[in-house]
Design a protein around this ligand. Structure first.
Ligand code: CTP
Length: 362
C-alpha cells in the first residue's frame, strides 16, 4: 500500500480482510530488500487503482517508495489500472505519462466511464470492476497465447421472439457456457466477438459484444462476422419457432385464449454454412432430453460441424442456468468422449484445447 492508499484504508483493515501481510515501507529495519524480494516473487504486478501521481512516477522511473521501487525491480508483467478525476485523466501530461508507461511495456487498463467521486458528474476515470481487472490479469498470466491472431466468434444466451409489444417466446439459456468460452478464448489471445441474446450474467466488458434480440438479428450478426472468423462456437440457444405475426398492440384478455401461430425460425448454423471461411472450425451444442447421441450426431452432420457438445437438459448439474456441465463431445469421425461433471469454466478450457487441435491440424 502506498502512502496515498493508506490515507483511504488502514493497512490493518486490509490485512484483516485479505488474510495477507501488507507491505508499506521501503526503509527501516527488516525492510532493506523487500522491494527486490517482492518483485522477484511476483508473477504479475497489478497497481489498482493507479493514481495520476503514481502513473507519472512509474513512467519516469522514480523509486521513492516501496511500490515504485518494486516496479523497477520487477521482470514480470505489469498492469496499471489508472483511476482519477476525468479532467486529470484528460490532461496532456497524464496522457503523455500513460503513453510513456506503455512504451516501457506496462499494460494499461483504461478507466471506465461512469459517475465519479465528489459530485463531479460522469466521465472516464472510474476504476474498472474487479472482475474486469482479474480477467486482464488472467490474460497476462496465460502462459500460452495459442489463439493469438485467430478470430473467434462465440454466441451465448437465449433469443426472444416477440408475440406482442410486451410478450415473447424464449428459453432458459443463461449464457454461462458461452461467456465462459468467450473469456477463455480471449485469455488465450484470440480476437473474440461475443454475440449474445438474453443472458443472466454480467457481460465481460473487455470483449467486443454484439447484443441481439431475435434469431433473425443473431443470424445477421453471425453472418456478418463469420466471413473473417477462424472459429465459430454456437453456444447460444436460438429459438426454433417464432410467432408468425407479431401483434402490433398488447393482446387483451378476451373470452377465449388467443391462438398463437408459430413459424420455423432460421437455423443460424445451417443458414450461414456458405459464409464459413475455408478451414474454419465450427462447434455446435446439442441440448437433448432423449436419444442424445443419435440426435447430436444428426446435428453434427446436417449443420456440418467439426464437433458437437452434447448435454442432457434433464440431468442435474448440466445444461441451463447452472455453473457446471457434463457433456459428451462427438467429433466428425464419430468418436464420442464422455467428460466428467465439471464447472463450465473448466469445460471451456477443454473445449478450446480441442478447437486448437482442430485448427492446428489444418
Ligand atoms: N442453433 C442454431 N439456430 C437455431 C437453433 C439452434 O444455429 N435456430 C444451433 C445451437 O446454437 C446449437 C445447435 O444449433 O449449437 C443445436 O441446437 P439445438 O437446440 O440442440 O438443436 P436444434 O437444431 O434446434 O434441433 P432440436 O430443437 O430439434 O433438437
Amino acid at each position: 500500500m502506498t502512502r496515498g492508499a493508506r490515507e483511504f484504508i488502514g493497512p490493518i483493515t486490509f490485512e484483516a480482510v485479505t488474510g495477507r501481510p501488507v507491505h508499506t515501507e521501503i526503509f527501516g529495519p527488516g525492510h532493506a530488500l523487500d522491494h527486490i524480494r517482492l518483485a522477484r516473487e511476483a508473477n504479475v504486478v497489478v497497481v489498482a487503482p493507479a493514481t495520476a501521481d503514481f502513473v507519472g512516477r512509474a513512467a519516469h522511473g522514480l523509486a521513492d517508495d516501496l511500490l515504485t521501487a518494486c516496479l523497477l525491480a520487477a521482470t514480470s508483467k505489469v498492469l496499471l489500472v489508472p483511476a482519477m478525476n476525468d479532467r486529470m485523466w484528460s490532461h496532456a501530461q497524464t496522457k503523455r505519462n500513460v503513453e510513456h508507461a506503455r512504451s516501457l511495456g506496462y499494460e494499461i487498463l483504461e478507466p471506465a466511464e461512469g459517475p465519479l467521486a465528489v459530485g463531479e458528474g460522469s466521465g472516464p476515470g472510474r476504476m474498472p470492476e474487479p472482475d474486469e481487472i482479474m480477467s486482464r490479469v488472467g490474460r497476462l498470466l496465460e502462459s500460452k497465447s495459442s489463439l493469438k491472431g485467430k478470430k473467434v466468434i462465440v454466441t451465448a444466451g437465449a433469443t426472444r421472439e416477440p408475440i406482442d409489444p410486451v410478450r415473447f417466446i424464449s428459453n432458459h439459456s443463461s449464457g454461462k457456457m458461452g461467456v465462459a468460452l468467450a473469456r477463455a478464448a480471449w485469455r488465450r489471445g484470440a480476437e473474440v466477438t461475443l454475440i449474445v441474446g438474453h443472458v443472466d450474467i454480467p457481460l465481460p466488458s473487455e470483449i467486443l459484444t454484439l447484443k441481439t434480440e431475435t434469431v433473425k438479428e443473431m443470424a445477421r450478426a453471425v453472418a456478418e462476422q463469420l466471413l473473417a472468423a477462424d472459429v465459430l462456437i454456437m453456444a447460444a440457444a436460438p429459438a426454433d419457432f417464432r410467432p408468425a405475426t407479431v401483434a402490433p398492440e398488447k393482446i387483451k384478455k378476451g373470452k377465449a385464449a388467443p391462438k398463437i401461430v408459430l413459424e420455423p425460425a432460421e437455423d443460424i448454423l445451417r443458414s450461414t454454412i456458405s459464409r464459413r471461411k475455408k478451414a474454419s472450425v465450427i462447434v455446435g451444442f446439442a441440448l437433448e432430453t432423449t436419444d442424445g447421441i443419435r440426435n447430436a450426431k444428426e446435428k453434427l452432420k446436417s449443420k456440418e460441424l467439426d464437433f458437437v457438445v452434447l448435454n442432457d437438459a434433464k440431468e442435474a448439474g448440466a445444461g441451463f442456468g447452472v455453473d457446471t456441465n457434463r457433456v459428451t463431445v462427438i467429433t466428425r469421425d464419430g468418436k464420442e468422449e464422455e467428460l466428467e461433471l465439471m464447472s463450465k469454466i473448466d469445460l471451456a478450457e477443454i473445449l478450446l484445447d480441442r478447437v486448437e487441435r482442430e485448427l492446428n491440424g489444418r
